[in-house]
Design a protein around this ligand. Structure first.
Ligand SMILES: [Zn+2]
Length: 286
């Protein structure tokens, strides 16, 4: 199996990290073997567990324990000292405990990995449009500062494969929601952003533009750059731009090697982004 790594993080000897890709694995989707890491209705628990085991072996981290949460598009960030008995609800996880491999499951949303290279702390963040709107990345970095005393200049961030600006078509309500939260929102959208936003403000002359019934124009849509929005949040929270790395693979363009909920109409698998502190600085034997 193949795992996507970030060169800057791969140099840190006490760190395990990576983003999984689609090909290979124990799961079968539409006649192809795929590396599905999350629970889906078409796959079995046994296959997913076998794939997770393969992932640990590939990372030379067989003794580490994967901590994944029940993600619900929130900005809830939890600190883990030990693996939870039952999976908890949350969209960001933080730890300083060696042996825990914090995981984010995605199929279009942005997986974000953070590492404080000085204090040896890590975090994994799940950021779809709702989480991005709720500033989950910014809040997780804030929690690292509060909990571990992390300084932004010691933190590196990696944004894994996600749906790109090329493919992420969203409705006017998303543009309006971002516009109400971020002064920079315009930079993250392609399409008639200004018109959509203007339509949102009450206009006493609105009736002048009204179309006769049955002749409504199609609702306008725009394309959202989730990566840019999250990159901005991290910079805004104090991270130097040079400390932020991002994959340029779009899940929807590259469903041959990734999973895309959007491009595959929901019938797809889950990619996993993981980060953790190794039990011993020396890599375990494979
Ligand atoms: Zn694309």
């Amino acid at each position: 199996m193949q795992i996507l790594e970030c060169g800057a993080l791969a140099k840190i000897h006490w760190l395990a990290h990576g983003f999984t890709l689609r090909p290979g694995g124990a799961s079968v989707l539409d006649g192809q073997r795929v590396f599905n890491l999350g629970r889906t209705d078409w796959d079995t628990r046994e296959n997913v567990l076998a794939n997770r085991k393969t992932l640990l072996a590939a990372l030379s981290a067989k003794k580490m324990e994967i901590v994944s949460q029940r993600q619900f598009h929130s900005a809830l960030a939890r600190v883990f000292d030990a693996p939870p008995e039952e999976p908890l609800k949350g969209d960001a996880a933080l730890t300083r405990a060696p042996g825990l491999l914090l995981a984010v499951l995605t199929a279009d949303c942005v997986p974000i990995l953070l590492v404080d290279t000085k204090r040896r702390a890590v975090a994994a963040v799940h950021a779809g449009w709702r989480g991005t709107l709720k500033r989950v990345a910014e809040k997780t970095l804030g929690k690292m500062r509060m909990t571990f005393g992390s300084r932004p200049r010691d933190v590196l961030a990696v944004l894994g494969p996600a749906i790109g600006r090329c493919c992420y078509r969203v409705g006017p309500e998303v543009a309006q929601a971002f516009n109400s939260q971020f002064a920079q929102a315009k930079d993250w959208f392609d399409g008639p952003f200004d018109r959509i936003v203007a339509d949102d403000t009450p206009n006493p002359l609105q009736w002048l533009n009204m179309h006769p019934p049955g002749h409504q124009p199609p609702p306008p849509f725009v394309y959202l750059d989730l990566l840019a929005a999250n990159r901005w949040q991290l910079v805004n929270a104090g991270l130097p731009a040079r400390s932020i790395f991002a994959s340029d693979l779009c899940t929807a363009c590259r469903k041959d090697i990734l999973f895309s909920h959007r491009a595959e109409f929901g019938k797809t698998g889950r990619l996993m982004g993981v980060i953790g502190i190794r039990l011993s600085a020396k890599k375990e034997p494979r």
